[in-house]
Each structure stands twice: as structure tokens, then as C-alpha cells.
Design a protein around this ligand. Structure first.
Ligand code: AMP
Length: 397
């Protein structure tokens, strides 16, 4: 069975064609600058990279070009579109409308339109991607795989905000979380790697990238996560503030003469480690600036690691113990200093890092970086959200 995984952004579209027999990636790539001048497709297959520069006025044109490449004599990996058994679409937010991976129908897409405002930067793009695929591949089975699904198991006392309950009921305002496919994948991989039944494990998964979220996974299900109604909450991120007293944010908005929408843009795009350091949202730049003596870069890195540590501790308490900490995504997989700082001082709780193993370069494999006498295993696990989307889609069929 071959599954095409689609991750559509407002002006981009990433894809992978995965053979589920051996979970091998047959081809992958992405379209950039959809709907704006300078369209481009980068396609990787058969050990080569193919670049096509061509205007892509909309997502339908983009997906048409992708399919043309997939069946192309030189760049292609299949002989016809019939070889694609189904398409799995990544969707950021499901609200309370969908709790699990869902087959695309007209009715489902009508509901998707209704809940689009929950993730205005992401969900409308996913709808464009689905509609484009339905136009180009009519009749093909398609699934929506939600970033929020893995968090649907959170108990009410974990997902509720302490607001007027009637407002929760009316507007469905609550914690939904994000990066669910990644948290699901790495917690599953951790259990496999340790040769343990996931039902017996208490795992904290740290997905640390440009956007970061931390989850408590007890017995294989998520019981809490750091992102909230939107991906603005939790630890400080590349450009997002993370948790903040709303009154402090409103105070800044008022002082700077920002309306609420400008204020939200400020919290999403101008804060986080970029705002603190004034240097960059990229952790490689921050590390270099800190090395050169920039104290605000040092502060940004310290705040990030401290916040991660607080979530690890909080989730240890929420789960009544801890067996495994997993680091994943761009920062989690590549930045030993962040990992070391995030778990330093937790030795009394059985968390002990092996400094040497922690320095190991990311080679795309799973690494155990805990000391031999650490009760809690500390693992670095490369995430693979596309594979989860493909697996979920295949399982639905
Ligand atoms: P992501 O959103 O998962 O792509 O992660 C992006 C973040 O990961 C950025 O802050 C990068 O600085 C960091 N990152 C990605 N690759 C590396 C690397 N090879 N070394 C250090 N940091 C990296």
C-alpha cells in the first residue's frame, strides 16, 4: 500500500510518498510560493533532487505538478496515480469536532470550514490542500490526521481553563495542544527501543523546535501537554512568548498602542527567544551569540531550559513518577546544551545524564543519553510526523 502524505501551508505544500510495506519514503519534496510570484517545486526521488521553477497560482496547480513528478519517467517512482492507495492530510486543529483520524467526506469538509477559525494560520491551508487533492484525484480515499488527536485523552481537569464554564460550553475554549503526531511517534518509539510495554511507562516527551511543546504520556496516552487553545502557550519558543500572565500582555499592548489583533501578532512573532535575545529565533545563532559573550542570548537559553525543566517536573508530579524523558525535533535532536540544562538538578528524582553520550552528533538514530545509574532513561529520538500520518491513514483504510 502506498500513501501520499500532504502537509499544506498557506503558500507551501510538502509531501511524501510512503510505501507501507516497509515504511520506505519513495519520494518527498515541497512546493514553495504558491499563489505568489516565483513558484518552485523541489522533488527528491531515486537518489536525486529535481527542481522545477514554475508559477503555481493555487494549490490545485501545485498538487498537479507534484503528481506529474511522481509519475515522471526520470523523477517518478510510480507508473500511474492509481498506485496511490490513499492520501493523508496533516491538520493542525480539530477542536472538539474530531477526536481521531477521519475519512474526508463533503460533510466532514463542511465541519472543517466551521472550525477553521480555531487555527486561522493553519487550518484554512489544510482545507486548500484537501480540496486541491480532491479536484485532481477525484474518488481517491483521503484522511485528515489532526495534530490535536493524541491530546484528546487529556482528562477534563487538565484541558479546562478556569473561565466561566458556560463560555467553555459556548465557545469550546480549552487546551487542545499541538504536535500530537510527534508526541505519539516518539513515545511509541521509546517503548519499542526500551523493549517495554508502553502501558507500563510514564514518559515526558519534549518536542523542541521552532515551536515547542512538552507532553505527559502515561500508559501510552497523553494526560497533559504544554500548548493550549493555540500553539502560543507553554515554554518560550522561537518567536512565541509561551505562558504569560494575560494582564502583563494587555499592559504591554496598552503601553504600545496595539489593538488585540496586533497584540497577538506581537506575542506570536516578536517574543520568545528572539524577543529576549534580540539576536535570533534560531538556537544555533543563540548558542554562537552566547559563546561570544552576549548576555541576552544567555538569558534566552537559560529561560528556555528552565521552562522545559519546570514542565518535566510538573508532569512527573502529574503522572506520579517518571520512567523516560524523550527529546525530539530540531532543538531536541541537535542541541546537547539545551538537553543538559533542561535535566540538570533533577538527579534527586533519578534523572542523570551521561555528558559524553549527550555530545553524540545527531545521526538520525535513537540514542540513550542517560548515565548507566540513571533510574530515568533519557532518549534522543528523531521525530517522523509524516510516517505517523501515513500509518494513521493506512489504519483507517
Ligand atoms: P524545527 O522547528 O523542529 O525544524 O527546529 C528548528 C530549531 O532547531 C531551530 O531553532 C534550529 O536552531 C534548531 N536546529 C535545527 N537543526 C539544528 C542543528 N543541526 N543544530 C542545532 N540546532 C538545530
Amino acid at each position: 500500500m502506498k500513501i501520499l502524505v500532504i502537509n499544506a501551508g498557506s503558500s507551501s505544500l510538502k509531501y511524501q510518498l510512503i510505501d507501507m510495506e516497509n515504511e520506505a519514503v519513495l519520494a518527498k519534496g515541497g512546493c514553495e510560493r504558491i499563489g505568489i510570484p516565483g513558484g518552485k517545486l523541489t522533488h527528491k526521488a531515486n537518489g536525486q533532487t529535481f527542481v522545477i521553477e514554475q508559477e503555481l497560482p493555487d494549490h490545485t496547480q501545485a498538487i498537479s505538478l507534484v503528481l506529474k513528478e511522481l509519475v515522471d519517467k526520470q523523477a517518478g517512482v510510480i507508473s500511474s496515480m492509481d498506485e496511490i492507495d490513499a492520501v493523508g492530510h496533516r491538520v493542525v486543529a480539530s477542536g472538539e469536532a474530531f477526536k481521531k483520524t477521519t475519512l474526508v467526506t463533503d460533510e466532514v469538509m463542511a465541519t472543517m470550514e466551521e472550525i477553521a477559525e480555531l487555527a486561522p494560520l493553519h487550518n484554512p491551508a489544510a482545507i486548500l490542500g484537501v480540496n486541491a487533492c480532491r479536484a485532481v484525484m477525484p474518488g481517491k480515499k483521503m484522511a485528515l490526521v489532526f495534530d490535536t488527536s493524541f491530546h484528546a485523552t487529556m482528562p477534563d481537569y487538565a484541558y479546562m481553563y478556569a473561565v466561566d464554564y458556560d463560555d467553555y460550553k459556548a465557545y469550546h475554549v480549552r487546551r487542545y495542544g499541538a504536535h500530537g503526531t510527534s508526541h505519539k511517534f516518539v513515545s511509541g518509539e521509546a517503548a519499542k527501543y526500551l523493549k517495554k510495554d508502553i502501558k507500563d511507562l510514564k514518559i515526558v516527551t519534549c518536542h523542541l523546535g521552532n515551536g515547542s511543546s512538552i507532553s505527559a504520556v502515561k500508559g501510552g496516552v497523553c494526560i497533559d501537554t504544554s500548548m493550549g487553545f493555540t500553539p502560543l502557550a507553554g515554554v518560550p519558543m522561537g518567536t512565541r512568548s509561551g505562558d504569560i500572565d494575560y494582564a502583563a500582555a494587555e499592559f504591554i499592548f496598552r503601553k504600545k498602542g496595539m489593538d488585540l489583533s496586533e497584540g497577538l501578532t506581537y506575542l506570536n512573532k516578536k517574543c520568545g527567544v528572539l524577543g529576549i535575545s534580540g539576536v535570533s529565533s534560531d538556537f544555533r545563532d543563540l548558542a554562537a551569540a552566547k559563546e561570544a559573550g552576549n548576555d541576552r542570548a544567555r538569558l534566552a537559553l537559560d529561560m528556555f531550559a528552565y521552562s522545559c525543566k519546570k514542565y518535566i517536573g510538573a508532569y512527573m508530579a502529574a503522572m506520579g513518577g517518571l520512567d523516560v524523558i524523550v527529546f525530539t525535533a530540531g532543538i531536541g535532536e541537535n542541541t546537547p546544551d539545551v538537553r543538559a540544562d533542561a535535566v540538570s538538578g533533577l538527579e534527586a528524582f533519578g534523572v542523570k545524564l551521561d555528558a559524553e553520550k549527550n555530545r553524540q552528533k545527531n545521526d538520525g538514530e535513537i540514542h540513550d543519553i542517560s548515565a548507566a545509574d540513571s533510574r530515568v532513561k533519557i532518549l534522543v529520538i528523531p521525530t517522523n510526523e509524516e510516517l505517523v500520518i501515513a500509518r494513521e491513514t493506512a489504519a483507517l483504510l
